[in-house]
Design a protein around this ligand. Structure first.
Ligand code: SAM
Ligand code: SF4
Length: 338
């Protein structure tokens, strides 16, 4: 598939010898929620012509897979609000079938999951990350500026019923940190892993990050006051570092971009919904594949451009959240994708 010759050994190594085999693709900047830490209340979304078409997304993912990418995660914005998303998923699904892709997965807010769970399972999606920061319906509505928690909970149920493993991703925030223990207890009871995430200074959301940010070291201390956290060697190819919670029998991950930078083992790059390949979530350097494709680049050129882009991957991000500090990037997380 994809029109380019398959190769066995991946040429996608960055300058630090890290093999890049994980591509995250933001398929839209649009979303049906407006989480306070991700977006401003009034968002101006990109004009549709600026977004890659499903065909362009597919052409690019084909080329990455042909060059050795083994794992693709679709994200956004909200990937399940993108028109034509199931076409892209079924095209990618063929790579699972022929063994050239190990995993196809999504990060979703879960609001549309009930409608899509069965089709995702049939396409070979075995795991999804669902973002849910609190189980308290009122707090959820406030944090997401209007979301209904029942939509997410029924989406999670539908995914579970379809045989898809769910991991709950929760951003730790000053307003909702108090709910995290209850969220973890519920998730573990339901059989879902949980990862906690530190809020990152990405894009201007009209809210002061210092009023949101909680270091996960503090959350961990609070949890350790009541639970026994046993370090675990479990890895999913992402930045989470896990513990097993003895009392709940479940797994808990910590994603700590601020307090404990995890860049050294980074194996991924991110493609935005506009076709920019960011070699690092927290840096501005990128390659514009939309421009190249719309200027008529052929498959060999596309392939060389991908290899050249990976060869420019920076070593690490350098996030800081402090009084008066500017966002690390002007891009919102919804453009680059989480
Ligand atoms: N809409 C989908 C969702 O919410 O899962 C996918 C896109 S969302 C941008 C991906 C992940 O990024 C979510 O887990 C979200 O909580 C997280 N996120 C968004 N903005 C963030 C920020 N500034 N810092 C840390 N995580 C953020
Ligand atoms: Fe939408 Fe996800 Fe951003 Fe929330 S975190 S506004 S659900 S893209």
């Amino acid at each position: 598939m994809g029109g380019v010759t398959s190769i066995n050994s991946s040429p996608l190594f960055d300058p630090f010898g890290r093999r890049i085999e994980y591509l995250r693709v933001s398929v839209t900047d649009r979303c049906d929620l407006r989480c306070q830490y991700c977006m401003a209340a009034q968002m101006t979304f990109l004009p549709r012509k600026d977004l890659l078409s499903i065909e362009e997304l597919s052409r690019l993912t084909d080329a990455f897979i042909d060059l050795g990418v083994r794992k693709v995660r679709l994200t956004g914005g909200e990937p399940l609000v993108r028109r034509g998303i199931m076409d892209l998923i079924s095209r990618l699904s063929a790579y699972l079938g022929d063994g050239s892709l190990d995993e196809l997965t999504l990060t979703t807010n879960g609001t549309q999951l009930r409608a899509h769970a069965a089709a995702l399972a049939s396409a070979g999606v075995r795991r999804v990350n669902v973002s849910l920061d609190t189980l308290n319906g009122a707090a959820y509505r406030a944090l997401t500026r209007g979301g209904q928690i029942t939509d997410v909970l029924s989406g999670i149920e539908a995914a579970k019923a379809a045989g898809i493993r769910v991991k709950i991703n929760a951003v730790a925030l000053q307003n909702t940190a108090i709910h995290l223990r209850g969220l973890i207890e519920w998730a573990h009871l339901e059989g879902h892993d949980v990862s906690l995430i530190e809020v990152m200074p990405l894009g201007d959301t009209g809210t002061d990050r210092t009023d949101q940010y909680v270091p996960l070291s503090a959350v961990r201390d609070d949890l350790e006051a009541v639970w026994t956290l046993v370090p675990s060697a479990h890895r999913t190819g992402g930045p989470s570092r896990y513990v097993d919670v003895e009392e709940t029998g479940g797994r808990l991950g910590f994603i700590t971009p601020l307090t404990n930078n995890f860049c050294e083992g980074c194996n991924r790059v991110r493609l935005t919904c506009t076709g920019r390949l960011y070699q690092c979530l927290g840096q501005e350097s990128h390659t514009d594949f939309r421009e190249l494709m719309r200027a008529g680049i052929d498959e060999a050129g596309l392939r060389s451009a991908i290899i050249a882009a990976i060869a420019r991957k920076p070593y690490a991000h350098d996030f800081v959240i402090s009084e008066g500090s500017a966002p690390a990037t002007t891009r919102h997380m919804s453009v680059t994708g989480g």
